[in-house]
Design a protein around this ligand. Structure first.
Ligand code: PMP
Length: 406
């Protein structure tokens, strides 16, 4: 008998299974309305176009598309990506500043490996994207969480914390933010706060990791979605993007945009991780970008998610108790709920699953596992009918439990 645990590295102690993935397993076995995942609606995948492009790429360019390729990414893909980012996000980038990654999740892993030393201070939103916490955690930083409200991270609280850290002689390595339609909360950082955040990065000398995976998934046209990277004048922002939410998550296409000096370090790190992102998907995506397929598809995706968001927000207003706080996201895939009562949403979950509904308890999205009475609800995947039904079931359950605990 081999005792495998004796052979495991220290780092494995910090590798957490995502609570969401564990949960999804639970919901696979039976018919359940799931607000738990973060899956795009498959209706949004441009299947016909991709089928045609994939065939053409293999027929006409198979020798290159099926071969190994450069670590930073296939040149023709990076060129198309640079143009896409310029057209749609106002970013002016040289292709040497781009590292194509295997999903943006790998971008977060690379950033963690290349920037974090044990005990370095990393600032995150509280709550924040769970799998970013898990990617960073393996390098053993000290997290500091900044609370959010409807306008995103509370930058005044950030400033107070930075002042305190400075008085203790401590420095921050980087701040990680999902400024637009955040996962899990759906909130968006206001223009004033964006400006102030960058001023603080300059004043207190730290880097900003901007996770812009929902930047193009905004339904409310009046909202300012300018990336921090565009406003940044001093090269402090490391920009992370992805085609998972607006093309296909299965293609695993993410990217980092950073000053060349950093991009070169990220390239070295990526080389050790997987040599490069699959060549074939990069060739297919290059062609999809050249043909404008994503831009053509975006209005349809936005409209679909806008209508599902409306259904969810209206159903919550109708069915949840009055003192509950919930966000009304201008984009993305999630509504965040704070029950404002003495209910542990993790304890509530088995009861919800019993009645046929799943969600993610909010605790997992906090660096310190606080946020006991919060939950994340996904609206991109379930149908409008399921959203109405599921929210009603959940609302009734919450009311019942609240009553019985009074
Ligand atoms: N960042 C955020 C904020 C996300 O929500 C996700 C996906 N849930 C990712 C990064 C990773 O996505 P991918 O690896 O598919 O690009």
């Amino acid at each position: 008998m081999v005792t495998y645990s004796e052979f495991l590295s220290e780092a494995t102690k910090f590798m957490r299974a995502s609570e969401i993935r564990e949960l999804l397993k639970l919901t696979e076995t039976r018919k359940i309305i799931s607000f738990a995942g973060g899956l795009p609606d498959p209706q949004t995948f441009p299947i016909k176009h991709l089928k045609k492009i994939a065939k053409e790429v293999i027929e006409k360019n198979g020798a290159k598309a099926l071969q190994y390729s450069p670590t930073k990414g296939v040149t023709c893909y990076r060129e198309e990506l640079a143009k896409f980012l310029s057209r749609n996000r106002g970013l002016k980038v040289d292709i040497e500043e781009i590292v194509v990654t295997t999903g943006s999740q790998q971008a977060l892993d690379i950033i963690a490996r290349t920037l974090i030393n044990p005990n370095d201070i990393v600032i995150v939103e509280a709550p924040t994207y769970l799998a970013a916490l898990n990617a960073f955690r393996i390098q053993r930083p000290n997290f500091i969480g900044i609370p959010i409200d409807d306008n995103g991270m509370k930058v005044d609280v950030l400033e107070d914390i930075l002042k305190k850290l400075r008085s203790e002689g401590k420095k921050v390595k980087f701040l990680y933010t999902v400024p637009i339609a955040q996962n899990p909360s759906g909130v968006t950082l206001s223009p004033d706060r964006k400006k102030r955040l960058l001023e603080l990065a300059e004043e207190y000398d730290f880097l900003v990791v901007e996770d812009d995976v929902y930047g193009l998934l905004v339904f409310d046209a009046s909202v300012d979605t300018t990336p921090l990277k565009v406003i940044d004048k001093t090269g402090r922002v490391i920009y992370v993007g992805s085609f998972s939410k607006i093309l296909s998550p299965g293609m695993r296409l993410g990217h980092i945009v950073a000053p060349k000096e950093l991009a070169d370090v990220f390239e070295r790190c990526k080389q050790a991780l997987d040599l490069h992102t699959p060549t074939l998907t990069q060739y297919i995506a290059a062609e999809a970008l050249r043909k404008g397929i994503i831009e053509e598809n975006l209005p349809r995706i936005r409209e679909l998610y806008r209508s599902k968001r409306d259904v969810m927000v209206e159903a919550i207003a109708e069915n949840f108790p009055e003192n509950v706080w919930y966000t009304k996201p201008i984009g993305g895939m999630f509504v965040w709920v704070k029950l404002n009562m003495n209910i542990d949403t993790k304890e509530l979950l088995p009861k919800a699953v019993e009645r046929g509904v799943a969600y993610v308890p909010g605790k997992a999205f906090y660096h310190d596992m606080s946020g006991i009475d919060t939950m994340r609800l996904n609206f991109s995947y379930p149908s409008p009918k399921e959203i109405r039904e599921g929210i009603k079931i959940l609302g009734n359950l919450i009311k019942e439990v609240a009553k019985s605990s009074q």
